[in-house]
Design a protein around this ligand. Structure first.
Ligand code: SF4
Length: 316
């Protein structure tokens, strides 16, 4: 696996993340983001060279040490040995994966729940080859569940999406705004809206499971009109493919969850450290009632489209 030597910039990692996908996860924040969102809480990830230059191998080494946190057995084999073993078997399985399967088979009741790897940023598609290499290696070596948190923005969608998405089990798509002007007033760089639509279309065509992440920003994204437009995107791209021969069934649904995130200004100090003016200095933080109202509208809208089984979180 020559991809083990592939290098990229990692802003930081977290070994016990629990908000970026199901279960306990190893979270990698990749450096670089072309957007300049008004509420960004991690402007220190914007530079493509923020953090440290790392190889895929060195990221995997960190992942290997934390496998038991994710509900997986320890892996005593080195990354290089595991990769060699994987390459020498025609079915890509390894003794580690055999061990995992044997453990699941021996377990009483349902298999133990597992977390996995989540790749975020910045915008992880800025370093698409590095992101794809980390995810593909985690899948091939350990059969790990992978999550990509993204806005879908990148320089060459036709190249980047097919490179990354085959290794992604679940996408957390950050929808910054629900109409072009609104989206671009929040991200402050043009082009992101078209990329998001193109990404949503690709997810729909690939039937890729995704969760919607939506920041509730008072006065900007919390009106009834904003939420109705969000619902339109979610229904059109998340309901599943409907054909005359194959009527809609919940199992075809690609949208699994809508997560409403309350705007807060906890990252404001980082803007000051970077000598960047904070654009929302006069905007109040979002309160629980704002989020509850938005969540209720979303639930109501999803139910009216026969998608009441999609989880809506944020006000719990
Ligand atoms: S996409 Fe994320 S990292 Fe990039 S500016 Fe927006 S909030 Fe910040």
């Amino acid at each position: 696996m020559e991809a083990l030597g592939c290098q990229g910039y990692v802003h930081s990692t977290e070994s016990m993340a629990c908000l970026e996908g199901p279960g306990i996860r190893f979270l990698v924040f990749l450096s670089g983001c072309p957007s300049r969102c008004v509420y960004c809480e991690n402007p220190d990830t914007w530079s493509t060279t923020a953090g440290s230059l790392c190889s895929v191998r060195s990221v995997l080494e960190k992942v290997r040490r934390t496998l038991p946190y994710m509900g997986m057995p320890p892996c005593p084999t080195s990354i290089d040995d595991l990769a060699r073993e994987c390459a020498s078997r025609s079915d890509s399985s390894t003794t580690y994966r055999d061990m995992l399967l044997a453990r699941d088979e021996a377990a009483e009741g349902p298999p133990p729940s597992r977390g996995g790897l989540s790749v975020s940023g910045g915008e992880p598609l800025t370093q698409h080859t590095f992101a794809a290499s980390i995810m593909s290696a985690c899948k091939r070596l350990w059969g790990m569940h992978t999550v990509l948190e993204t806005t879908g923005r990148c320089s060459l969608p036709r190249v980047v999406y097919p490179e990354v998405l085959p290794w992604t089990d679940l996408v957390l798509l950050c929808i910054k705004g629900t109409r072009r002007e609104k989206y671009e007033s929040i991200t402050r760089v043009s082009g992101g809206w078209d990329h998001m639509l193109s990404f949503l279309t690709t997810l729909h065509q690939m039937r890729k499971p995704w969760w919607c992440r939506y920041v509730v920003l008072p006065g900007h994204t919390d009106s009834r009109e904003d939420v109705d437009a969000l619902l339109e995107l979610c229904v059109e791209h998340g309901k599943g493919l409907v054909t005359e021969e194959q009527p809609q069934a919940p199992s075809e649904r690609t949208l699994g969850r809508v997560e409403c995130l309350a705007y807060h200004n906890l990252g404001e100090f980082k803007w000051h450290e970077l000598n960047e003016p904070y654009p929302l200095a006069d905007v109040p933080q979002c309160n629980h009632d704002d989020v509850r109202r938005v969540c209720e509208w979303i639930r109501e809208g999803l139910r009216s489209h026969g998608m009441g089984d999609v989880a809506v979180t944020g006000d719990d």
